[in-house]
Ligand binder design. Sequence first.
Ligand SMILES: Nc1ncnc2c1ncn2[C@@H]1O[C@H](COP(=O)(O)OP(=O)(O)OP(=O)(O)O)[C@@H](O)[C@H]1O
Length: 961
Amino acid sequence: MSSWMFKRDPVWKYLQTVQYGVHGNVPRLSYPTFFPRFEFQDIIPPDDFLTSDEELDSVLFGTLRGHVVGLRYYTGVVNNNEMVALQREPNNPYDKNAIKVNNVNGNQVGHLKKDLAAALAYIMDNKLAQVEGVVPFGAHNAFTMPLHMTFWGKEENRKAVLDQLKKHGFKLGPAPKTFGFNLESAWGSGRAGPSYSMPVHAAVQMTTEQLKTEFDKLFEDLKEDDKTHEMEPAEAIETPLLPHQKQALAWMVSRENSKELPPFWEQRSDLYYNTITNFSEKDRPENVHGGILADDMGLGKTLTAIAVILTNFHDGKPLPIERIKKNQLKKECSVNDESMKLGGNNTSEKTDGQIKGSRCSGEPSISDVKGKNKYPKSELSSSRPKRRKTAIQYTESSDSEEIETSELPQKMKGKLKNAQSETKSRLKGSSKVKEDAEFACALTSSTPATKKKMLKKGASAVEGSKKTDVEERPRTTLIICPLSVLSNWIDQFGQHIKSDVHLNFYVYYGPDRIRDPALLSKQDIVLTTYNILTHDYGTKGDSPLHSIRWLRVILDEGHAIRNPNAQQTKAVLDLEAERRWVLTGTPIQNSLKDLWSLLSFLKLKPFLDREWWHRTIQRPVTMGDEGGLRRLQSLIKNITLRRTKTSKIKGKPVLELPERKVFIQHITLSDEERKIYQSVKNEGRATIGRYFNEGTVLAHYADVLGLLLRLRQICCHTHLLTSAVSSSGPSGNDRPEELRKKLIRKMKLILSSGSDEECAICLDSLTVPVITHCAHVFCKPCICQVIQNEQPHAKCPLCRNDIHGDNLLECPPEELARDTERKSNMEWTSSSKINALMHALIDLRKKNPNIKSLVVSQFTTFLSLIETPLRASGFVFTRLDGSMAQKKRVESIQCFQNTEAGSPTVMLLSLKAGGVGLNLSAASRVFLMDPAWNPAAEDQCFDRCHRLGQKQEVIITKVSF
Ligand SMILES: Nc1ncnc2c1ncn2[C@@H]1O[C@H](COP(=O)(O)OP(=O)(O)OP(=O)(O)O)[C@@H](O)[C@H]1O
């Protein structure tokens, strides 16, 4: 069994908390807690569980002295005390055991001596240990240089490593209490070295919570650094920035224009020197023209980012004043109907305060986005009938496009289709129908005159401009966000920018998106989703977004790239940009390794290579080494700005938000619920006990989590308990038919659990779910894309096992339907949690009928069960979960945010769908019906209502067994 399981023992810890109640020793009273944490926070959700890999449980086996040879044949150089990487070279024609020694830049310095390589090759090939090197001295020798090696690995591999070394006559030296990189004493060389130390075993591993607290502490006192300057935004911004936003603006602009060296680099005479690896080189390392804006959720990062785009527009200057065309609206409105169709003018319709549709050309100029500001109500009403008719016509007549656009908000879908259809029809008769039409469409926000000119010039102008423009200096900002917040970006551009600002803005989404780099790189802003970016990246070498050098790339909800193995992360990391920003309220979700993907997006040398990140920061910090923590602090302080809602500016809190209180309401299960709970728990204990005895817990992690899931479900409602539970998961010995059955059962368990499962590739709800032979469930199109891209050696994005298209299994629809039918035939009954919730809601309504509440669960089936008593008690409610199309989600939010009498007072919200980017500030009460695996996900969800715009005290109730 893995030593990791022993050390952290999350499963038993969890079982105990489930058994005795999460807060078994707390009086069963409601009480406020301010940073409450469930004790099972260490439980890691499956994707992280598997990608945690060997790094988590490595221990230091010992140290060894060796030599690097062949120096004169290679160009790579090192300094004394410099870290080096060892890399196997199995295809070396002279020695199949060869091991290269590379410097930080990846340049080869030499080889390990042959006898040593013969011993180490087996260890490295079989991943028995991670061997790391430092050249303590003699770096400038001509032929050989000494090498100090450390061996890290899982405890269970220690013996194999020692035996292998022994076989070749080597023996590891003892691991000192703290292993210093100051090798002076170890080698008696008298040479000074970088002095940082590293504990040898994970005695004091930092928990995620400690890490997050440390992270926040970094930003408590901003007095002494340069992040306190404020800057006024460009004239184009309409909304006055709050002081913390002005500070962020000043900091972000200064980082974008900075000429400083990156963190941990110094200039020493004519060399640039990296102080943590001791690497030096002649070329000046690029600084990061960007960083991480990690302000707490709801502090207005979107507006801050918009302000940066417009304030540091080009060449360090704001958006030129000529682009703020006074009275432009009037001029555009006065052009005839035909040119309006082509002109990208705002023709958005507003009914009852909402944009219902539009027919601008292309997807749209900022003025399109800002529809509401442009049309006085009188103008709207006079022109409404005709426009509306056209917009609806196009939507209805384009059935074939419905599939991909179905998730778009109606207003955007209308814009895309109308714009493209209209422009195409204008171009009828031109020889290059499709391409030119698309190009013309993409003149999204040019003035009508420019567009007309363009159309006159026809295809040749299109071709000509394509060739020249790609080469111009980058001018476009690419914003990437999850689909769920795409419309939020459009809305916020609309809200916060003056109505007469002229911007070229293109929403790169939908089947008719214009895949033309020349055209995209002409825009000021291109907005797209992670999904689209990843999808295009999959179409080998043909991704327009990857053929442009962007002025700036902004990742909204940037923690979306935290899994370095996911295709989405690869697609993001492969973008070319001068400036790079990550926006996230939760930069660390589960562990420090979440930060690595963000750093590699920022192209921060030497951390692009995970080995250096791991050796110099991640491992030392997770092992509680102070030096490591200091390095992390200095790095983070340099590239990150974070303010929490309690941070202060000039003695005043960043945001004067009403208080947020968290209560835990303990409920007592009914006798029947307890009986069922007890029997499932006993069964689970027996099964997990068997895995422990067999030493196969890790191999059955999915089953163990499945068992825990069942207990959690019973606590909500016994109807959630699914019959599709397997007592044993797939094993290597299963016959094909047996394996198939087990996998299907497993998938059914996942799908029928009602947990709003998402695909680890697209991070959206599962569409056409399939299960791999390694028992991971993905959307069929997503995983097929991965298989196609990585042919012939495709790996599972979660566990890196081999996967094949032929081995993907789909759940027979009739089986799922049978399950659903069985559930729907069950007579509705209440549960202890539902009783407690209804009691609270009815009480609340008596006190104040206008108070709005979010009822949050990760089980959509549970949300459905709650609908019945809500209806019976006369509550007007709405719902938001991952199965809903984007358009429906937007409608649901708008409806809930509406404060008019008769609007919904309850929103049933799935934890996953409600996680990011939503503004639900109309609610001031949250009922969390079941705890999340990941506390960051809970916080994300609570902050949907505890954010800018909230006027009332926010009370969160965690309904707990
Ligand atoms: N200076 C301001 N004045 C008025 N409203 C503002 C201001 N800044 C932001 N807002 C509004 O506050 C709300 C929250 O902002 P935003 O969605 O940008 O938060 P966020 O930090 O991105 O949160 P999350 O991390 O949850 O996405 C939005 O409705 C936004 O329009």
